[in-house]
Design a protein around this ligand. Structure first.
Ligand SMILES: Nc1nc(=O)c2c([nH]1)NC[C@@H]1CN(c3ccc(C(=O)N[C@@H](CCC(=O)O)C(=O)O)cc3)C=[N+]21
Ligand SMILES: [Mg+2]
Length: 325
C-alpha cells in the first residue's frame, strides 16, 4: 500500500518534469546578489534589535573565540563583527594562541556559558589539530550555540525541532527561497558531506515544509569524495538545484549542469591570481560557463558568504530572546 503510493508519487514527479521541461532560450543566469540581500536583511535585523533595546533590554551580544592565526578565519570573524556593529549587536573577539590546550578552550567556553551578558558564542573553525572540535562545540550552552554545531542542536535540527540552526544552511535556504523557484518534488544535489555545511543543507532540502519547518521537499542526493566522477556528472545532470560545498575550484562545470538549474556555490578556495600576483576567493563552480546554462547562480565572493554572516546575526537575536526568557 505504502510502496505503491510512493511509486505513484515518483511516477508523477517524472511525468511533470518531462512535460514541463525548461525550454530556456536566455543564455545568462540571474546572478543571486547575496551581498545585496544580506544588506536588506541586516536592515530588518537592526530594527529588531532597536525594538529589543526600546523594550528596556540590553542589546544582544555575540562573542567569538578565535584560536591561532589563520588569516582567512580572522577575515571571517572580522566580517561577523562588522555585521554585528551594523545591526547594533555588541560583540567581542577572544583571541587565543595556537598552542592553547583543549582544557583551556573548554574553560573559556564555560566562562561565556555562565556570563549573563553573552547571548551567542562562536568558536571559529578550523581549530588546531590537537583540539577535538566536536567536543568543544558540545560544550557550548545550547541556547548560546548560534552556530548550531552542538550535538544537541544538531539533533534537534535533524528532527525539525531546533531554535538555532547552522548559519550557512540557513543562508542557502534563504537564497533558494528568494529565487522563487519551486523546490517541492525537484531534484537537489548537495556536493560535500561535512557535518557543519553539506549534511545540514541536505537536511533542509529533503525535509518537509509542514508548519514552521524550514524544509524544501526536494528529492535530495548527497555526493562526496567517494562518488565516482561519472556518477557525480550523472546526478548533477539530473539536478534542478545544486549546492556545492566542497572547496575544489571548477568542480562543477557547464556540461555537468542541467539547463535551467539553480546553482548555489558554498565553496571557498583561495587561489593565486596570476594577473595580480595575489590570492583571490573562488567557489566550486566554473561561474563563467555554468552561468550560461543555469537559471540562477550565486557568485563567490558576494553570494553565500555574506548571507551566512547575516544568519549568524539572526541567530544571535534569537539566542538573546532564549536567554532572557
Ligand atoms: N564556527 C564557525 N562558524 C562559521 O560560520 C564558520 C566557521 N566557523 N569557519 C569558517 C566558515 C566560513 N564562513 C564564512 C563566513 C563569512 C564569509 C564571507 O563573508 N565571505 C565574503 C568574502 C570574504 C573575503 O573577503 O574573504 C563573500 O563570500 O563575499 C565566508 C565564509 C563561516 N564559517
Ligand atoms: Mg560567497
Amino acid at each position: 500500500m505504502h510502496r505503491s503510493n510512493i511509486l505513484c508519487r515518483i511516477t508523477g514527479v517524472l511525468k511533470t518534469s518531462c512535460s514541463h521541461r525548461h525550454q530556456h532560450t536566455n543564455t545568462q543566469a540571474t546572478i543571486i546578489d547575496g551581498k545585496k540581500i544580506a544588506n536588506e536583511i541586516l536592515k530588518n535585523l537592526k530594527a529588531e534589535v532597536e525594538d529589543i533595546v526600546k523594550a528596556g533590554k540590553r542589546a544582544p551580544c555575540l562573542t567569538a573565540i578565535l584560536v591561532g592565526d589563520n588569516a582567512a578565519s580572522a577575515t571571517y570573524v572580522r566580517n561577523k563583527m562588522v555585521a554585528a556593529k551594523k545591526v547594533g549587536i555588541s560583540s567581542d573577539t577572544i583571541r587565543l594562541p595556537t598552542e592553547t590546550s583543549q582544557d583551556k578552550l573548554l574553560e573559556e567556553v564555560n566562562k561565556l556559558n555562565n556570563d549573563e551578558k553573552v547571548d551567542g558564542i562562536i568558536v571559529q573553525l578550523p581549530l588546531p589539530k590537537h583540539i577535538d572540535e566536536q567536543k568543544v562545540f558540545n560544550s557550548v550552552l545550547r541556547t548560546k550555540d548560534v552556530d548550531g554545531f552542538s550535538a544537541s542542536n544538531f539533533g534537534l535540527f535533524s528532527l525539525n525541532m531546533c531554535a538555532l540552526a547552522p548559519a550557512t544552511p540557513l543562508a542557502v535556504h534563504e537564497l533558494i527561497l528568494r529565487t522563487g523557484i519551486e523546490t517541492k518534488g525537484k531534484n537537489a544535489v548537495v556536493c560535500g558531506r561535512s557535518k557543519n555545511v553539506g549534511l545540514p543543507i541536505a537536511m533542509l532540502l529533503h525535509s518537509d515544509t509542514h508548519g514552521d519547518i524550514l524544509g524544501m521537499d526536494a528529492t535530495t542526493t548527497i555526493c562526496h569524495r567517494f562518488t565516482p566522477p561519472d556518477q557525480l556528472t550523472h546526478y548533477l545532470q539530473n539536478a534542478d538545484i545544486v549546492v556545492s560545498a566542497v572547496g575544489i575550484p571548477n568542480l562543477i562545470q557547464a556540461h555537468m549542469v542541467k539547463k535551467g538549474a539553480c546553482i548555489i556555490d558554498v565553496g571557498i578556495s583561495h587561489v593565486k591570481d596570476p594577473s595580480a600576483n595575489q590570492f583571490k576567493l573562488v567557489g566550486d563552480v566554473d561561474f563563467e560557463n555554468v552561468s550560461k546554462v543555469a537559471s540562477f547562480i550565486t557568485p563567490v565572493p558576494g553570494g553565500v558568504g555574506p548571507m551566512t554572516v547575516v544568519m549568524l546575526m539572526k541567530n544571535t537575536i534569537i539566542a538573546s530572546r532564549l536567554n532572557s526568557s
